[in-house]
Design a protein around this ligand. Structure first.
Ligand SMILES: *Cc1c(COP(=O)(O)O)cnc(C)c1O
Length: 348
């Protein structure tokens, strides 16, 4: 007997229209450059299957993942030559996979350059380290014969501190400018989301926004251009009348000082709603009404005070406030982490 499962009691709603609007805004703010898209980590947790076709249809043609394991999901939606793997190929198996699929490795070291040349080479990108000291060849290695043999499409570098003001950005920009003619790359790329906020000088030919596509605001300059994309909703699975003196949740951290109505919500730390967010001033919302979270967050549940919405029923939906700049301030987590911690059940 084939019966499909009933609808889930929690969900991540991805506003694809807002995603596309964000990409267009970032593309416009990239000036003469075009915007690509960082789609690593399953589009920062929001789902390749939903986000990548929307970005592709909007006109995006440069997609960046971190791992080779992320490639197959991309190739269901976009041509291989539009996909780049930021970690590059350190083994002949990885290089062979790049050659067989036509996906572009980002060459990050002399070792990776050698591996790529030995595999037969072909179009690739080259990452040069202008100060982040994470991945990338050192500027003085650009003249190495192994590097000179590469067929470089995009020469790229990555900013360490684009979400801050300080001397690091200008220093990296100057180093990158100094290298732009050092190798015959077809195009140049420096900026992530925050880098786009730094202005046209930083855009070159191609920008690589990730966070801001998905609703993150890493610099104030982008605030009026970026819309929220990720919305979290969870439904009530039980309503209980609690008597004065009774406690809620593990370790009985909340005790009722009066009789009250409480609701149990189908969302927990396994979904990315962390335990540390319980017991503070955090709330869930129903039509704008605030429902304070009480007691400890469990793996699959949180409990809210229903005083402000006494007419709610089991199966009614509540909203989790998830405007990233605010949620980041309230939680102490970065806007990046708030996206990538979202659990698999939200995407069911
Ligand atoms: C993740 C990543 C990006 C995107 O950065 P955001 O800050 O999310 O815009 C761009 N370039 C590289 C090399 C990255 O690793």
């Amino acid at each position: 007997m084939a019966i499909s499962p009933p609808p889930p009691t929690l969900r991540l709603v991805v506003d694809a229209e807002a995603l596309v609007a964000n990409w267009r805004a970032l593309d416009t703010r990239s000036g003469a450059a075009r915007a690509g898209a960082a789609v690593k980590a399953d589009c920062y947790g929001l789902g390749v299957a939903q986000c990548v076709p929307a970005l592709r249809d909007a006109g995006c043609r440069d997609f960046f993942v971190a791992h080779w394991s992320e490639v197959a999901a991309l190739l269901e939606h976009v041509p291989a030559h539009q996909v780049a793997v930021l970690h590059g190929a350190n083994t002949s198996a990885e290089a062979a996979y790049a050659r067989a699929t036509g996906v572009r490795p980002v060459v990050n070291s002399l070792h990776q350059a050698l591996i790529w040349n030995e595999a037969g080479g072909g179009p690739c990108h080259l990452m040069v380290d202008t100060g982040i000291h994470r991945l990338g060849i050192q500027p003085e290695q650009i003249g190495d014969s192994t590097v000179r043999r590469l067929e470089v499409e995009v020469l790229m570098s990555h900013l360490s501190s684009a979400d801050e003001d300080g001397s690091a950005n200008a220093a990296q920009l100057a180093r990158f400018k100094g290298l732009k003619n050092a190798i015959g790359a077809r195009e140049l790329s420096l900026s992530n989301s925050a880098g786009i906020g730094l202005g046209a000088d930083y855009a070159f030919d191609l920008t690589r926004p990730g966070l801001a596509l998905y609703g993150g605001i890493p610099r104030a300059e982008l605030a009026d251009a970026i819309r929220q994309v990720a919305y979290l909703k969870a439904s009530l699975i039980q309503i209980t009348d609690l008597k004065q003196g009774e406690s809620v949740g593990y370790n009985a951290e909340f005790t009722a000082t009066n009789d009250m109505r409480i609701g149990t919500v189908s969302l927990g730390y396994a979904d990315g709603f962390l335990r540390g967010w319980g017991g503070k001033d955090n709330v869930l919302l129903h039509e704008g009404r605030m429902l304070p979270i009480i007691g400890k967050v469990s793996m699959d549940m949180i409990v809210v005070d229903l005083a402000n919405a006494p007419a709610l029923h089991v199966t009614d939906w509540l909203d989790v406030p998830y405007f990233l700049p605010d949620a980041s301030r309230n939680s102490g987590l970065s806007q990046y982490e708030l996206l990538t911690i979202l659990g698999q059940r939200l995407r069911g």
